[in-house]
Design a protein around this ligand. Structure first.
Ligand SMILES: Nc1ncnc2c1ncn2[C@@H]1O[C@H](COP(=O)(O)OP(=O)(O)O)[C@@H](O)[C@H]1O
Ligand SMILES: [Mg+2]
Length: 275
């Protein structure tokens, strides 16, 4: 069942300068969808349109069976949580505990339930140890994990990551990717992740590729990576495992295409054991 249904969506910030051009797609409930495309292709704009932070010019957006309009705006906003790029801009509290509490207070969660909820969500992102730490003492990856905990505590149905790993060091990126994969195991949570990380794209269920406001490719990662020509046109890379497999075949080593290195390495190991 689709939880997001977008049909013929168009949007412009300035009159007659279309930024989103007639885009249609659906996202299944509980799936993990990545959105990619070069800078300025309209990814963040799509995320803001979906969450009602921007108002479309034309087209329809259905979230969880509800049409996004003025009447349903509040209800739909409550279904969507967003984690942004810059970990430093997402902190409001003076400790991790305060930060998660802040969002809960805004949602009028009773004081008596607060500590339990804070601890539950800190644990979900592996930040229990840091509940009383100050944000300045945390790494970028830890800050983003706290941001995720704060958003999760609002019980969203859809969690949007807008390049949430792009400012992190490799370790921070890995931490957040792991949290995303763990969250993906929860079958009711839908994840939409805007990313340039080819490894993340490979692990998602479906991929949307935007180019200059148009949806130029959509499908499973395997389908997307098959269209190498179009990917290159849109400045996106193909996974290293596919490039390597191609080079190996040129050298007479017959391997199939794998979108993860693990898959390729496994096949190579099997080949070796037959030699
Ligand atoms: N607030 C704004 N006002 C005018 N133009 C904007 C605004 N925000 C983004 N844009 C333009 O809209 C296009 C899409 O931007 P954006 O959705 O941020 O792309 P992406 O997230 O893929 O990098 C870009 O050309 C950008 O310059
Ligand atoms: Mg963006």
């Amino acid at each position: 069942m689709p939880i997001i249904e977008v049909k013929d969506l168009s949007f412009e910030y300035e009159p007659d300068q279309p930024v989103i051009k007639n885009v249609s797609f659906t996202v299944e409930k509980g799936s993990y969808c990545t959105i990619c495309g070069h800078n300025g292709s309209g990814k963040s704009t799509v995320a803001k349109l979906l969450s009602g932070l921007l108002d479309r010019k034309s087209g329809t957006i259905m979230i969880d069976g509800l049409e996004l309009n003025e009447e349903n705006l509040r209800q739909i906003r409550g279904k969507i949580g967003i984690v942004f790029q810059n970990p430093d801009n997402q902190f409001i509290g003076s400790t991790v505990r305060d930060d998660i509490a802040f969002g809960l207070e805004n949602h009028r969660v009773p004081q008596a339930d607060m500590d339990g909820i804070i601890e539950e969500f800190a644990a979900r992102v592996g930040m229990t140890k840091y509940l009383n730490s100050e944000p300045t003492h945390l790494s970028g990856g830890q800050k983003q994990r706290v941001a995720i905990a704060g958003v999760l505590a609002m019980h969203p149905e859809i969690l949007i990551f807008d390049e949430a790993t792009s400012m992190l060091d490799p370790q921070g990126k890995d931490e957040i990717k792991k949290v995303i994969m763990d969250l993906h195991k929860e079958k009711d949570l839908t994840i939409l992740s805007i990313t340039h990380d080819i490894d993340e794209v490979s692990k998602s269920d479906t991929v949307l590729v935007l180019d200059d406001g148009e949806l130029v490719l959509q499908g499973t990662p395997a389908e997307i990576f098959r269209d190498e020509k179009k990917l290159l046109e849109t400045n996106l890379d193909v996974p290293y495992s596919l490039k390597l497999a191609k080079e190996l075949r040129k050298r007479g080593i017959k391997v199939g295409d794998h979108i993860s290195m693990e898959g390729l390495v496994e096949e190579l190991c099997q080949l070796r054991s037959k030699m």
